[in-house]
Design a protein around this ligand. Structure first.
Ligand code: ADP
Ligand code: ZN
Length: 731
């Protein structure tokens, strides 16, 4: 008889311990397969994480343990979904992140293999379904329904799976405002790329590769200025590793934003490449996943979750733009791809290469201490100069254009010159929408989100007011709801307003806009980027989406319309974020033969995040910011973990959070700073109240012991749920 230990997910309660079942059949059950078990009178899917043979009988075991032992209903998989490495990784990740094992499993597996009863049906090749307008009459619709209706109308047709709010779409279908059109599904298209001969590497690239090869250190941090040819280093190293018969895992922040990286890999390694990203359908993901597991592809290019790809015999793991926050998952199990990369590197004896023009402070500090091996690319390819930069003080009226309070003389002149030379410009404003505030001119009433209490942003394209923190929307009103006044005042600006201003000031210029509104239709992102690359537009306006990794040869001007956005956010990372964003954005300018210019408009012209970014001097910023972190006892000088309590009853949530704070204070004594209970920026999550505690400490192994005990004491309460976030980002 075999005793199997099974992880299951039951209803909403996640159980962090395996349950035992017995099996009397002939098949030798393997670790890592799925089985069907009966739990509380329901058949559910479980994952086998351990198998033992025993000579004892069921009743003997039941007597010893005091539990009733049930038989598994059936075995789902012939071969394990998780190999030995991934099973070991499951333990390591769940231990490090103090996260329920089942939540780690869910992060590891593609959705179609995720532990749910319904997932037993293998994904079928299906149809693409589109929504199209039947009747655009808005009468009797809610604000959310109107928002979606206007969106579908604007776009013409929208892929069903691109729409997050399924229930809103269903209501529109019911009301016969939209219809579904089916088309045979587009399979994951991987174009057949020609093999491209690699260019001759530069001396700097060769030196980096040599140093990498000659060292036996496990983890490297490549600090390479924008346009220094990091991609070619990844490709060369990958080629070496493949020649040694090993495989390569290449992570990128977001594939739709950086289609070039995938193309480079496809050119070089052709059908040896599998692609894993969030826009794949479950069926496509499942296909890619099986292909990797079967060893048919030895290069995986993918986003965060691809770090769990079932790739065998890994020789190299690369994280491009390692500072990017999308590598941190902000839901359970709250993992960071960088830490997982290092765990998998250790297991596979593979090297890990982290790279960025603006490394995260944590990584750079580990480089300083020799935990990571530092590598540098200090010059751009062909010695192309970094763009020259100009900071414009917007507090000084003399600098501001008379026709437009948004543009300085300097930026307006520079755009004129770029247009005259038939080159291209990028304008960055890290805020979407049209106006950031709307208020009544007569009574002063400010339109605010009823849930979050923050000011609503006006969106012109669909004429709606939207909350940028929750999903709240309402149609733009004609009257003030307080006094009935007709004159509503819109102030502040975002991407939509900038686009309108540009079109007013430069009527001949062709513009494109890219932000998460315009990218709601997912295929829009690569389309817009491609159109701009092909010079179908002169000016690209957008949020941080346009600052990342793109290589547009004809862009010679980057204008940062307002650099201060973000600096005032209440987070210890706000300076770092602002510095990274500005540096990355400036780096889009003058990447080929033509010299580049960047203009930074700001009300804080002497803030060090802005001045050092303008100088493109990461090292100076790093030193200054490290001083600040030291003073405030923030990472990399301390470690952070947050504990969030989530429950229906606000009073009980607050009370229990206080109990946790008291417990932590008693346990840590003076060895940690315990901050809280604090009310998160968005205090309510789907009707549940939230309170948080932030713990800042120096000794991670001690903290780990205390937090494990805390989970034992406070974790099993039915009145609230406990979420532990190790190395959190949003504080
Ligand atoms: P980074 O990722 O460091 O910002 P890229 O990898 O995008 O920089 O490289 C910048 C540009 O230089 C790209 O257009 C790339 O094709 C080109 N490039 C890189 N290495 C070489 C080389 N050895 N010879 C010629 N061009 C190169
Ligand atoms: Zn809101």
């Amino acid at each position: 008889m075999q005793i199997v230990k099974v992880l299951i997910e039951y209803a909403n309660r996640t159980l962090n311990r395996p349950f035992s079942y017995f099996y009397n059949g002939k098949v030798q059950i393997q670790k890592g397969v799925r089985v069907l078990v009966n739990f509380n009178h329901r058949d559910i899917v479980g994952y086998v994480i351990d198998v033992e043979k025993t000579d004892k009988s069921v009743s003997e075991i039941e007597e010893e343990s005091g539990y009733q032992l049930n038989e598994i209903a059936s075995i789902v998989d012939q071969t394990p979904l998780l190999d030995e490495e991934l099973l070991a990784l499951l333990d390591e990740v769940s231990t490090y992140y103090l996260a329920p094992k089942i939540s780690v499993l869910q992060a590891m597996l593609p959705p179609s293999l995720s532990p749910r009863r319904s997932s037993l049906k293998a994904p079928k090749i299906a149809y693409d379904q589109f929504y199209e307008i039947l009747d655009d009459n808005e009468e009797g619709l809610t604000a959310k329904q109107i928002e979606l209706l206007r969106f579908i109308k604007q776009e013409g047709r929208v892929l069903k799976r691109d729409i997050k709010s399924k229930s809103v779409a269903d209501k529109l279908l019911e009301a016969e405002r939209i219809k579904i059109v089916k088309e045979e599904k587009r399979r994951l298209k991987i174009p057949d790329f020609e093999y491209e001969e690699p260019p001759t590497l530069t001396d700097d690239q060769n030196a980096v590769i040599k140093e990498f090869n000659e060292s036996s250190d496990p983890v490297y941090l490549l600090e390479g200025v924008t346009g220094s040819g990091k991609t070619e280093v990844y490709l060369s190293l990958s080629e070496q590793v493949l020649k040694q018969g090993k495989s390569v895992l290449m992570l990128v922040p977001e594939i739709s934003l950086t289609p070039m990286m995938v193309e480079y890999f496809l050119h070089r390694f052709k059908d040896n490449v599998a692609i894993l990203h969030s826009d794949l359908t479950p069926a496509e993901k499942y296909d890619e996943y099986r292909k990797i597991a079967k060893g048919e592809c030895r290069v995986v290019v993918g986003v965060r979750s691809a770090i769990f790809a079932p790739l065998k015999n890994i020789g190299l793991i690369i994280l491009d733009e390692e500072h990017t926050e999308s590598y941190k998952q902000d839901t359970l199990p709250f993992y960071h791809a960088r830490e997982i990369a290092i765990m998998r590197g250790r297991y596979n004896k593979a090297k890990v290469l982290l790279a960025s023009a603006t490394p995260s402070l944590e990584s750079r500090a580990r480089g300083q201490k020799g935990v990571y091996h530092m590598l540098y690319l200090k010059k751009r390819i062909n010695n192309q100069k970094l763009p020259s930069t100009k900071i414009v003080n917007m507090l000084d009226y003399n600098n501001i254009d008379r026709d437009s309070y948004i543009f300085s003389h300097a930026l307006r002149d520079a755009i004129h010159q770029v247009l005259a030379r038939n080159e291209q410009a990028i304008l960055l404003i890290n805020r979407r929408g049209f106006s950031t505030h709307v208020n009544c001119r007569s009574c002063g009433h400010v339109f605010k989100c009823p849930t979050c209490g923050i000011a609503l942003t006006y969106h012109k394209s669909d004429n709606m007011l939207k909350c940028h923190h929750c999903e709240y929307v309402e149609p733009y009103p004609e009257f003030c709801p307080e006094c009935g006044g007709k004159h509503l005042l819109k102030t502040g600006f975002g991407t939509e307003k900038i686009q309108e201003e540009v079109e007013r000031l430069f009527p001949s210029a062709r513009t494109l806009r890219l932000d998460s509104d315009s990218a709601k239709n997912k295929s829009k992102i690569p389309e817009t980027i491609e159109a701009f690359r092909k010079k179908e537009a002169d000016i690209l306006i957008g949020t941080q989406m346009i600052a990342k990794g793109h290589d547009f040869p004809d862009v010679t001007l980057v204008g940062i319309v307002l650099a201060d956005i973000g600096l005032s956010m209440p987070s210890f990372r706000s300076n770092e974020r602002a510095f990274q964003l500005i540096t990355q954005a400036i780096g889009r300018s003058g990447r080929k033969e033509k010299p580049g210019l960047a203009i930074i408009q700001t009300y804080m012209p002497s803030h060090y995040a802005i001045t050092f970014a303008a100088r493109q001097d990461y090292e100076l910023f790093y030193r200054k910011e490290m001083e600040m972190r030291k003073l405030q006892f923030y990472p990399p000088y301390s470690y952070l973990t947050s504990v969030t309590v989530r429950g229906k009853n606000e009073e009980s949530v607050v009370e229990n959070t206080y109990r946790i704070v008291d417990y932590l204070n008693d346990e840590f004594l003076d060895e940690a700073q315990i901050l809280g209970p604090t009310t998160p920026y968005i205090p309510i999550d789907m009707g549940f109240h939230l309170r948080s505690v932030l713990i800042k400490y120096r000794d991670p192994s001690k903290a780990h012991r205390i937090l494990e005990k805390m989970i034992d004491i406070f974790g099993g309460n039915s009145q609230y749920e406990l979420f532990i976030n190790v190395d959190p980002y949003n504080f």
